[in-house]
Structure formats: C-alpha cells, structure tokens
Design a protein around this ligand. Sequence first.
Ligand SMILES: [Zn+2]
Length: 335
Amino acid sequence: MRLKTVREIIFLGARHARPGPRGAVPTGTRTSDSTFSFLAWSWSQWPSAFCHRCALTLILFCALWALPTLAQPPANSAKSLQIYFIDVEGGQATLFVTPEGQSLLIDAGWPGNNNRDADRIVAAAHDVGIDKIDFALITHYHDDHVGGAPQLAAKIPIGTFIDHGENRETSDAITQKDWLAYKQLLATGKYKRIIAKPGDSLPIKGIRVEVISSDGALIEKALPGAGQPNPACASSAPPPADKTENPRSLGTLITFGRLKTLDLGDLTADKEHELMCPLNKIGTVDIYIASHHGFNQSGSAVLVHAVAPRVAIVDNGAKRVVARRHWTLSSLRQI
Ligand SMILES: [Zn+2]
C-alpha cells in the first residue's frame, strides 16, 4: 500500500538503527538486510547516553502548538508533553508524561531477555524525571504488549492498569500464560484497574485520552469534528474477521492541545473497516503509531489514508519482517 498521506515514517528497532544528523527531518534508509531502519530526529538536547542504552529511543517533546513547532522544543518546558517511543525490539511501549507530571505507559514490551524491556521503560521514566507510572494501559494480551508487565511492576511502582477485560484467545498457550501472569499481578491488590469501553475518556491529567476500541467494540459515533465520508471505502471490501486478541486491542486517541496521537494497538483491518466506513469516525491525526507494528493485517487504506497522519511511527524489530513486505522505499520518497 502506498501511504501517500503519511509525510514521515519512523521505524524503531531495526538492527542498524542510528540517529541521523542534528537538524534533519525523519528519513527512511535501507539497511543491508533490506529492512528499513531509521530515521533521524534531531533535538537540541538529544539524550545520547540514554539512547545508547536503548539502541534507539525516540523522544518527542511535543509543544502545545503541535508538530510544526517541534523543531527546537524546550526540553524542560512546563507546557510540554513528552512522549518516549521506547525501542522494545518489535513489541510496543510508549510513555507519555504530561505537563502536570502524570504518566501513561501504553504496553510493556516483551517478557524475558534478562529484563531488557522493563529496564528500558524504567530508564525512560527516570530520564524524564518520574519514579512512578501512574497509568499502564495494556492494549491486548499478546506477548509483545503485556508480556513485560510483571517484570516492569517489579522495577517501578505502577498506579492503575487499564485494559480491555478478559483474554479472548485462550487457545493460544503463550497468550494465555501472559494473561494469567497479568491477572496474578492484578490479584496482588496493589493496583487499581480500569476496564475501558469505547467512548470512555481516561482520567489522565493534562491530556485527553479517548477510547476508540476495546474488546472488539468500537465507538459508534464520530468524534467531534470527524464523521466525513471516507472515499477509500469505495474500493475496499470488509476483510474477514480476525479471531485473535488483536482486533480486541484497546485503542486510544490522545489529544494534547492540537496534537493528536493515534494508537490502536494491533487492531486488525476488519475492525479498521468497521470503524472507518462509510464515515471516518476519527478525523485526521498528527502521529500514527502504526497499528500492529506495520503488519499488512492492519494499517489498511481506509484507516491510514483517512486519518492522514503527519508522522507514522513503526514499532519495528530486527526479527520483524513487516518492513520488507509492507513498506517500500519508493513510498517514502513519494510522500
Ligand atoms: Zn504486537
């Protein structure tokens, strides 16, 4: 699919990832194993030591007036939202810290690996100056999203977990194991828990977090300002239903000032079609955290062309093959 409406595409976690020169805009480059690695984003206060630890962690200091003003943001501005896209090597972990000091982590990466992902998330938290995660949102119960939660909880206090409810993919042994480990964590009684429903607004100070999808259900009404007909629907038939945990992903639209960030977890194309046809219920966004790591089971034209992101961030990894299959260098250059 040609993502002509995406202006920048960012891949995290490719084997040869390296930051580009300061002052450059994000760019895609081809690595020796044909996966796309990275991009560059340049900030005057690039945290080099932290980036070394995390291989590649992109930090966006999101100013109140959205992306055009991001070029030289004040790192310690009281009005800044800070977003850490943490490289968990093909899983997902994104940390938002609001000007009010509240934190929202979306997903906890993989388990195992000698605490690699938990350590990287904690390093990001410490880098931004917090020693507690107020809200940890689990999009769904696959290994690369919830798997790291117990290790993370052992390393840093967490206030509230947010999820979509029960695991619905009990037939998959790894998913069930991860779900039971997460349930055990909740059963300690140390944490509050929110089971989110589409249309909910999550109680995080400083940002508006609207629930778009959860447990297979979707918002029924368009968000304010959205609801326009979606031309991409005319050439797109509804895909067959996906039976895994992916279409049950807890997806959110996070708004800070005029900046909109869309994270639908691993929501699949069948749900994208339901959500975006015939009317675009989301509207346009600035940052699109590519659904399902950019796999072609997600990120269909009816979603991506309609939300028309300014930046797409792909949670890639050295062992992910998504970039080879689904994205092309020419598509980047034709944007
Ligand atoms: Zn995933």
